[in-house]
Design a protein around this ligand. Structure first.
Ligand SMILES: NC(=O)c1ccc[n+]([C@@H]2O[C@H](COP(=O)([O-])OP(=O)(O)OC[C@H]3O[C@@H](n4cnc5c(N)ncnc54)[C@H](OP(=O)(O)O)[C@@H]3O)[C@@H](O)[C@H]2O)c1
Length: 264
């Protein structure tokens, strides 16, 4: 894929934050959009704005943390006669706090949203991309894809899965015209923090990278054939730490810092 012009992109979690920024940037670059998330009204408003840029925008409301969500979404898209050239697996959330503070149902939903649904969407859409001889997948990881993260144990592990999964698929399908890449954002200005910090009563302060910057950097990196891209100033350190320090030291460094930040 040399450009996004006239390609059709399915973006999950397109109603806010990084997903919305990616959808807007893709539209500016001439791509047609298939938008999905749970907030129908929000998605419809976004689709109306996007269509003013002269591209198509279709909305499919779906709770992607439910069993069978990927299959449901795939069938709805097929039924509408749409083809997906680029799949952006972006929808996701995290929780900050001790592991046992959150119940198993919450983790079950997180794992389905962050791992199961992206995996199933890749499984559903890759065969069609292969048959057309071209296609792309951008999965959203995190800087936590590179380091175990105490107080965000399940979330960080889900993002480690995404990075390893994407890398492996990239190798398997690169000679069949399907390019797969991971965007690994650091702290970004979105609703993510509010959702993750639901049990935290401290002001974590600081402004994150604008979602628009993450989207631009990520979409450019994909066209440039990168395997992954880390966004946000100084965040490449998370890729370097595990190569410089022992696993024990990395764990203590990340754990001690995050524990202090959370006021634990
Ligand atoms: N912000 C950061 O600092 C940061 C850092 C690293 C990685 N990330 C990753 O970036 C991705 C996007 O997050 P964000 O920062 O943009 O956060 P956000 O503003 O909270 O956006 C999350 C998106 O996911 C959708 N979503 C949540 N639960 C869903 C569900 N059950 N079914 C379908 N859609 C669902 C939300 O839409 P609805 O509520 O309408 O469903 C929303 O569009 C996530 O994978 C996150 O892990 C974020």
């Amino acid at each position: 894929m040399q450009s996004y012009k006239n390609k059709t992109a399915l973006v999950t979690g397109a109603s806010s934050g990084i997903g919305l920024a990616i959808a807007n940037s893709l539209a500016r670059r001439g791509a047609h959009l298939i938008l999905t998330a749970r907030s129908t009204d929000m998605l419809n408003k976004i689709a109306t704005t996007i269509k003013k840029k002269g591209v198509k925008a279709d909305v499919f409301t779906c709770d992607l943390s439910q069993t069978g969500a990927a299959q449901y979404l795939y069938e709805a898209i097929m039924h509408a006669g749409l083809e997906v050239d680029l799949l952006v697996n972006n929808a996701g959330y995290g929780r900050w706090g001790n592991f046992t503070e959150f119940d198993r149902k919450d983790y079950d939903q997180m794992i389905r949203l962050n791992i199961t649904t992206p995996t199933e969407l890749c499984h559903l859409f890759i065969p069609e991309m292969i048959s057309r001889g071209s296609g792309g997948i951008i999965n959203i990881g995190s800087i936590t894809s590179f380091v175990p993260t105490p107080y965000a144990a399940v979330y960080a592990a889900s993002k480690a899965y995404i990075l390893h999964f994407s890398d492996a698929l990239r190798y398997e399908y690169s000679d069949q015209g399907v390019r797969i890449m991971t965007i690994c954002p650091g702290f970004t200005d979105t609703n993510f923090r509010t959702v993750a910090a639901v049990n935290i009563n401290v002001d974590l302060g600081g402004a994150g990278t604008p979602a628009e910057e993450v989207a631009e950097q990520g979409l450019d990196a994909f066209l440039n054939g990168k395997v992954y891209v880390v966004t946000g100033k100084g965040n490449n350190i998370f890729t370097i730490l595990p190569r410089l320090l022992t696993r024990k030291r990395v764990l203590n460094l990340i754990g001690n810092n995050f524990r202090k930040q959370l006021g634990r």
